[in-house]
Design a protein around this ligand. Structure first.
Ligand SMILES: [Cu+2]
Length: 494
């Protein structure tokens, strides 16, 4: 996982000195040209000319960037043919990075806020403009990219040298797949993990402590993914407060994390929902306090670039701000969230998947998931009710990109609190649209036993993991539904 390749490029200058005396058999004119070129190269850049450059990574204007010692964002690095750049680089904000010069086959070791400064040597053997960037998936796309300008005569000898083994850059190399992570754990949030209704209580001061954790999680049988989570589950914990409450959110980024994380709650007024003041490096803690001004069901999510990566990898959840008098009582409440996941392998491929920034940019998910994993709600966690009970689902779409046509096969939503707004109720709804970064509350009474299926009614998605099972037990009421008996009618297909 940690590539540690600094390609050794022989110094063109040294080789020229060696090569010149060996050119005795070459024609005089050719020889003169060669020597002349060599002399120029040497004159332009004395042997062992080393230019020291200090860089660090950081955040600027909502982007991840490289900074030089003057604070210049993604500085243009300049050098002459024959020089060597000695770059010393550290992680200013704590996340994991590297620096690569793909055209020059140079790649640094990876570094984090905890590792020692990393040194990388870039030998300049030809003039031109070259790119440098961070090869951690997604980092280049959100700003970590700059230019190296090399001036001076192009050095023919350098081109003649054997090509250094090319280092594979980026995460687009889909083959072969890595084996499934052996230490993978379940990240599927229990849909029964709904905080108790608060009732008609007076406003209070409510404190939540949430930890962001990166871990290898089970995506499907035999398939794993590097999830980024709030509280080791997808979605993160459901929060439940009352309109008028003061709410403290203390966000800690686990010391083993490689990325910075944060929280933006859509229930918050100000501070970019908290995203502005909760950017936490690995091992750090930051706290915000907000007043729950508006009732409703709201999404929260990580707001650290690339936000789409953090959300897709699992960093979303719901916060319910109950109206003064609470919501009408029901028998069962469930917590379900949908997300679209972009990985570097096709749906169903066994092995370890990584996030694919390319597929995310094209909005082509490999997986559509309810509570983080294939089979999370049905196989791993059960949602059950008895015939005659009233059921409520707090449903949100973390996204990052796809809306949900939320539908329950074999039932009708008696009430829908569209878009999570608690002041309006629609009745008798078949399918309700839930935007990315939006939520809804659906209430219904189950009148007949059997298996009911929650789906996104964009049904190709059900074959990519997006389905959840509700099991209803109890007597079959023939006045509600009556199948023909297969034994009485030989033509019944089963
Ligand atoms: Cu994050």
């Amino acid at each position: 996982m940690f590539n540690r390749i600094v390609a050794p490029i022989p110094t063109a200058v040294a080789l020229l000195f060696v090569a010149a005396p060996l050119l005795g058999s070459v024609g005089a004119t050719a020889l003169n040209k060669q020597v002349s070129a060599a002399t120029q190269a040497v004159a332009a850049a004395p042997a062992a000319a080393v230019q020291k450059i200090v860089l660090k990574t950081g955040m600027a204007g909502g982007k991840m960037v490289y900074l030089d010692d003057k604070g210049t964002v993604n500085p243009v690095l300049r050098g002459k043919v024959g020089e060597t750049l000695e770059i010393t680089i550290t992680s200013g904000e704590g996340a994991e990075h590297d620096i690569v010069f793909p055209e020059l086959n140079v790649k640094s070791e990876k570094f984090t806020g905890k590792s020692a400064p990393v040194k990388v040597l870039v030998k300049l053997t030809q003039s031109g403009k070259f790119t440098y960037y961070c090869s951690i998936p997604g980092h280049r796309q959100i700003g970590m990219e700059g230019v190296l300008e090399v001036t001076g005569p192009a050095d023919a000898n350098a081109k003649a040298q054997p090509a250094v083994k090319t280092v594979a850059m980026g995460a687009a190399n889909a083959d072969p797949i890595a084996p499934a992570a052996k230490n993978a754990v379940s990240i599927a949030q229990d849909p029964n993990a709904v905080p108790k209704p608060l009732g008609a209580r007076a406003p209070q001061f409510v404190k939540y402590a949430i930890e962001t954790v990166e871990l290898e999680g089970r995506l499907d049988d035999g398939t794993t993914f590097t999830y980024w989570t709030f509280g080791r589950k997808v979605p993160g914990p459901m929060l439940r407060v009352k309109k008028g409450d003061m709410v403290e959110i203390k966000l800690t980024n686990n010391a083993a994390s490689k990325a910075v994380h944060s929280i933006d709650l859509h229930a918050v007024t100000g501070g970019m929902g908290g995203g502005e003041h909760t950017q936490v490096a690995p091992g750090e803690t930051k706290t915000i306090t907000f007043k729950a001004l508006n009732p409703g069901l709201y999404v929260y999510h990580c707001a650290t670039p690339s936000v789409a990566h953090h959300i897709s990898a699992g960093m979303y959840g719901l916060i319910l701000v109950e109206p003064e008098k609470g919501l009408p009582k029901v028998d069962k409440e469930f917590y379900v969230m949908q997300g679209d996941l972009y990985t570097n392998h096709a749906f169903g491929t066994k092995g370890h998947h990584e996030y694919s920034p390319e597929k995310a940019a094209d909005e082509l998910p490999s997986y559509f998931l309810f509570n983080g994993a294939v089979g999370a709600l049905g196989k791993e966690h059960k949602m059950t009710a008895k015939a005659g009970e009233t059921v409520r689902v707090f449903f949100g779409v973390g996204g990052p990109n796809k809306v949900s046509s939320f539908h329950l096969i074999g039932e009708i939503f008696d009430k829908v609190y569209s878009e999570g707004a608690t002041n309006t109720i629609k009745q008798n709804v078949q399918t309700t649209l839930v935007p990315a970064g939006g939520a809804t509350i659906v209430d219904f009474k189950v009148q007949y036993p059997g298996k009911y299926l929650f789906v996104d009614h964009a049904l190709s998605r059900a074959a990519k993991g997006g389905a959840a099972v509700l099991e209803v037990s109890g007597p079959a009421d023939a006045s509600v539904y009556k199948p023909s008996h297969p034994n009485m009618h030989g033509d019944m297909a089963h």
